[in-house]
Design a protein. Structure first.
Length: 265
């Protein structure tokens, strides 16, 4: 089994506000959310039957933006997170968005508590930008997949190691690429476990999931210099992202990759 330098999963207690500002208080955060939501609609919500009122579990849901959108559409959403601070921000977001209280609940849970808390499964389980913060990503993914109902769906977004390598190559950080050491420092906002997409796909398929779609998230924006990011409009960058995000080789170079997978009955 692959060994990871970090032995503990990342918890954002004490850093939640900084995380919110750094990750979502920018155009790259807006692009990520927009592409993720569009992909969920295109490859899941608009394609499955009886999708009007799904039972949704958002594992490591953080601030809960996607969950809030789903809950406002009438789906029943449960958001879990190991960080109490994140859940407080999620609650504030749900209130700000006027989400009906009967459509959501927030639970302070670690991954290994999911099976104890829920003796039932969900139509849709979301696991967005969590895998890369785990000391043992495969075990965390298996815990999460176990909560998907037969015939149900997993929405998985993870931090792509290929993108990290390409970004370092473009910066001339050849020694870093040769060392194959891309693990973020403890206490920072760089993920501790960047993931090889092929490895993640194999985990899904071995667990009995059929991959429905793959989409690169930020296949353009993160390769632009800061000057170019500032001199190109949000709309223009988003247009290019949408044009290329589902095409290879660009898909596999996205900063994140979003996978929709169905648990085979």
């Amino acid at each position: 089994m692959k060994k990871y330098e970090h032995t503990q999963d990342r918890n954002f207690d004490g850093l939640a506000e900084h995380f919110k500002k750094k990750i979502y208080g920018s155009s790259k955060g807006e692009i990520r959310l927009r592409l993720l939501w569009d992909d969920l609609e295109d490859n899941l919500l608009n394609k499955i039957e009886n999708a009007a009122s799904l039972a949704v579990l958002d594992v490591g849901g953080g601030i809960g933006q996607i969950s809030a959108m789903l809950a406002k559409q009438g789906h029943t959403v449960t958001v879990t997170d190991v960080s109490k601070d994140m859940l407080e921000l999620a609650n504030e977001h749900f209130v700000e968005e006027s989400v009906p209280t009967e459509n959501f609940q927030l639970k302070h849970l670690a991954l290994d508590q999911l099976s104890q808390e829920f003796d039932y499964s969900f139509d849709l389980v979301m696991f967005h930008a969590v895998l890369e913060w785990l000391a043992d990503p495969k075990s965390g993914l298996l815990c999460t997949m176990d909560r998907v109902a037969e015939g149900g769906y997993l929405s998985l977004m993870f931090y792509n190691k290929h993108s990290v390598i390409m970004k370092n190559l473009l910066k001339g950080n050849f020694r870093k690429v040769v060392s194959n050491d891309f693990i973020g420092e403890r206490g920072g906002l760089t993920p501790i476990s960047p993931l090889d997409p092929l490895e993640v796909y194999s985990w899904l398929e071995s667990a009995g999931f059929e991959i429905v779609s793959k989409t690169g998230i930020r296949v353009v924006n993160d390769y632009l210099s800061r000057d170019l990011q500032a001199n190109r409009s949000y709309e223009d960058i988003l247009h290019m992202e949408k044009m290329l995000c589902r095409q290879e080789p660009y898909l596999s170079l996205g900063r994140y990759i979003h996978v929709v997978a169905r648990k085979q009955p």
